[in-house]
Each structure stands twice: as structure tokens, then as C-alpha cells.
Design a protein around this ligand. Structure first.
Ligand SMILES: Nc1ncnc2c1ncn2[C@@H]1O[C@H](COP(=O)(O)OP(=O)(O)OP(=O)(O)O)[C@@H](O)[C@H]1O
Ligand SMILES: [Mg+2]
Length: 400
């Protein structure tokens, strides 16, 4: 493998080393998973000298037609991930459920992995993740580990609480609220964490990037508002309305998380602010994230642009916001399954400062994330007004 050393023009002491491997002398970068996160990452990659590779089972997935090379394969399978990654210079993920043993082997063989498999291992298992916060003295709600239903049934004294499956949950499917003894039946019969219920005032998220040299860039926190029924993000406002003191706490906690994980990459740290303005980490995602989508239009360097800067060894971008923003997720409407139709799109496209992102998923089904819309405005009231209007008028349906 030939090495290409880039000299940073602005700082002669700073080098970034990029392995030259690709057909046009460009670094070869792989993405495991081909959903909307990969798609938006590829949109940002188009600005950089990089050759892109995607692996995913569905050859018609949102990322398949935006990358240079698509490989059909199972991201949870050791051989598929290893074979996909072994010719690449660097590799990232757009979903946590990847085979981390293969990533570890690839890392040992010199492929740069963002995030490091060691960090991914901690995050993938909610038990290890909570234990990591505790060991690192990062504030998080108290918890008990339960191995099975029987152990859960003995924890009545710990209620109200939230039961979370250690591995395999996604989009709220591995999370159950256990308020009283009667709710125990909803609990999981496998390794899980039982967390004390936090009296939540606000749910916020912070995107934070860290490169190989340890430089950190942190985005302004965002307010997340959830759809209780689907347990999916409903809409989100950026920047979050927080007192200066809380903002400091939030940033300090997010920094502690990424420093503790000891891995370059981009991370979404989800936090709760409770009624006493205490800050708790809920969970961390070691990748680009739904709560950072507004940064495409609302911030100088988007989360996707930032991850390329990290992975390609360029200086980190500017995280400041240009204008406040709101995001509305477009999810498949109840009662419709089949080829997607976007009702109301024309009306929404007439609005100023509204940016529509359709993920290119051919089939809709109830609750499926099909796209998002970003709204920019200096006025918070205007953001909320437009977000509500979009939620009510842009509906993902199907003819059949
Ligand atoms: N300890 C807690 N106290 C109060 N509410 C909680 C607690 N933990 C989770 N919740 C609520 O449940 C929601 C979902 O929990 P969490 O973020 O852990 O899982 P998820 O993001 O749905 O799952 P996954 O990461 O697997 O997709 C949170 O956004 C929050 O509203
Ligand atoms: Mg979450």
C-alpha cells in the first residue's frame, strides 16, 4: 500500500496521513449499512476526493445508487464484513448492528475504523453502555442489571423504571416503561437494564466529533420531542433552549463520553434534563444520527461533512448554526403499506426556508422513516408553526 501524506497548508506542524489505495489514488471508504444515514453521508462525500463503497442486503436501499461500488452482503456476518472491508482504507457504520469481530480483525490489519470496534462493543450492549457511564463517573440514571424475567420480578422496590434490552433493540422496540408491578409482564426475559425513571423536563441531543488527533468539535444541543405512540422522534428544535449553566453541564458530559470511549468518529449523545436541572446521559450513538440532520442546512459544517473531515484527516469543520432550525420526520402513515406516495409535497415545497429530504425508500409502511423536512427561521414560533403544518399536511401514503 502506498502512503500519501497531506500537508495541512495552514499549519505546517500538522500532517494527516491518508492511505492511497483507490483506482484514482483516492482513499477507499466503506459504509456498513445502506439506509438514509448512508445516503446523506454519500451526498456529502461527493464534495471530497474519496471512493465510496457500501454494503447492505437490499440492492435497492437508499444508499445503493449514490456510492461508487455497492456490495450485497450481510453486515452482521463476519465473512461478509471482513471481505468487504479488507481492501478498504477506512470504514464507518450507519447502524450499530454490524459484526464487530470482523471490524476488530480489519482494524488489526490496518483498516481505519470509525468508530473503533471497542467503542462500538460498549455502545451496542445497553448493559455495557450503562456500566461504562457508571465506571467513568458520567451522570446517568441508576440501574440494575436483570438477566431474565425472574430477576426482573424481584425489583418492585426499584419502580417506576424503564426496562431496556441489552442487545438487539432499535427505535424503541427494546424499551418498556415499568411503572407498577402490573407492567412487569411487558419486561424482557433476557439480559437487560432496569433504569430508574427520570422525571424528564427535556430530552436533548448533542452531536460531537473527535478526530484521530483528539481534536473535538461539538454542535449546539437540540431539543427532541417524541411521538409517544411510535417512540420515534416527532420534531426537534435547534439550538435547544437551555440555561447557560445547563448548557455547560451538557457539553462537559458529552465531552466526557467521547473522551471515555477513546475512539475517533462522530457521536450523538442523548441526554435528559430533569425537573431539578440535573443532566443524565440516556444513550450514545457512535455515528451520524437523526438528531443532527438539520446541520445539513442549519450549520456551517453538517454532521455528514464533519465525519468525512474526521475520516479523511482534514481539519474539523465549524459547528456553529447559521439559523435556528426544526426537523419534522416523515414517517409512513397508519394504514398504508406499499409503494410510497408523498401527499401534500407540492404545498410544502412552496414554503420559504423549508428543505425536503426524501430517502428514496420505495415501500412505505406505518411508522417507517421515509424522509425528513428541515425548517429554518430566526423565530421559534415560526419553526413550531411550520413544523406543525408540515406534520399535518405532508403525509406518506400508498395507492395500494
Ligand atoms: N430512564 C428513563 N427515564 C425516563 N424515560 C426514559 C428513560 N429511558 C428512556 N426513556 C424514554 O424512552 C425513550 C427511548 O429510550 P432509549 O433512547 O433508551 O431507546 P431508543 O432510542 O428508543 O432505542 P434504541 O437506541 O435501541 O433505538 C427515551 O427517548 C425516553 O423518552
Ligand atoms: Mg434513544
Amino acid at each position: 500500500m502506498e502512503k500519501l501524506v497531506h500537508l495541512d497548508q495552514t499549519n505546517t506542524n500538522s500532517y494527516s496521513s491518508i492511505t492511497k489505495n483507490g483506482s484514482q489514488g483516492q482513499p477507499r471508504a466503506g459504509i456498513l449499512g445502506g439506509g438514509q444515514l448512508g445516503r446523506m453521508l454519500l451526498q456529502a462525500a461527493a464534495n471530497y476526493p474519496v471512493e465510496t463503497f457500501v454494503m447492505e442486503n437490499d440492492p435497492d436501499c437508499p444508499s445503493a445508487h449514490l456510492c461508487h461500488h455497492f456490495t450485497k452482503g450481510d453486515i452482521t456476518n463476519f465473512n461478509d464484513v471482513y471481505n468487504f472491508g479488507k481492501g478498504l482504507d477506512l470504514l464507518t457504520i450507519e447502524i450499530e448492528s454490524v459484526n464487530e469481530d470482523a471490524l476488530e480483525k480489519l482494524q488489526q490489519e490496518g483498516v481505519k475504523i470509525y468508530p473503533h470496534p471497542s467503542a462500538l462493543r460498549i455502545i451496542k450492549d445497553k448493559i455495557l453502555q450503562k456500566q461504562f457511564y457508571k465506571d467513568s463517573e458520567i451522570p446517568t440514571s441508576d440501574f440494575i442489571i436483570t438477566q431474565n424475567k425472574e430477576e426482573l420480578l424481584q425489583q418492585e422496590h426499584f419502580l417506576p423504571a424503564v426496562h431496556k434490552l441489552g442487545k438487539g433493540g432499535y427505535d424503541g422496540k427494546g424499551v418498556q416503561i415499568i411503572e407498577t408491578k402490573a407492567d412487569f409482564e411487558k419486561g424482557f426475559n433476557g439480559p437487560a437494564v432496569l433504569e430508574k425513571m427520570v422525571a424528564i423536563k427535556k430530552e436533548i441531543a448533542v452531536m460531537i466529533a473527535i478526530n484521530d488527533k483528539g481534536d473535538i468539535a461539538i454542535y449546539p444541543a437540540v431539543d427532541m420531542v417524541f411521538d409517544q405512540k411510535l417512540n420515534l422522534l416527532d420534531y426537534q428544535l435547534s439550538p435547544a433552549e437551555l440555561s447557560e449553566k445547563t448548557m455547560w453541564k451538557v457539553e462537559a458530559v458529552a465531552m466526557k463520553v467521547v473522551n471515555g470511549l477513546k475512539s475517533p468518529g462522530i457521536f450523538a449523545v442523548e441526554l435528559f434534563v430533569d425537573l431539578n436541572d440535573q443532566v443524565f446521559v440516556n444513550e450514545t450513538a457512535p455515528r451520524v444520527h437523526n438528531s443532527g440532520h438539520h446541520t445539513i442546512e442549519a450549520n456551517y459544517s453538517s454532521q455528514f461533512d464533519m465525519l468525512w473531515r474526521v475520516m479523511l484527516g482534514y481539519p474539523l469543520g465549524c459547528t456553529e448554526h447559521i439559523l435556528p432550525a426544526a426537523i419534522v420526520n416523515l414517517v409512513g402513515a397508519e394504514g398504508f403499506s406499499g409503494p410510497a406516495v408523498y401527499e401534500g409535497l407540492d404545498e410544502i415545497m412552496k414554503l420559504e426556508n423549508v428543505f425536503v429530504h426524501i430517502y428514496g425508500k420505495k415501500q412505505t409502511k406505518p411508522g417507517r422513516k421515509m424522509g425528513h423536512v428541515t425548517i429554518l427561521s430566526k423565530e421559534k414560533q415560526e419553526l413550531i408553526h411550520q413544523a406543525t403544518r408540515i406534520k399535518n399536511n405532508l403525509i406518506v401514503k400508498s395507492h395500494s
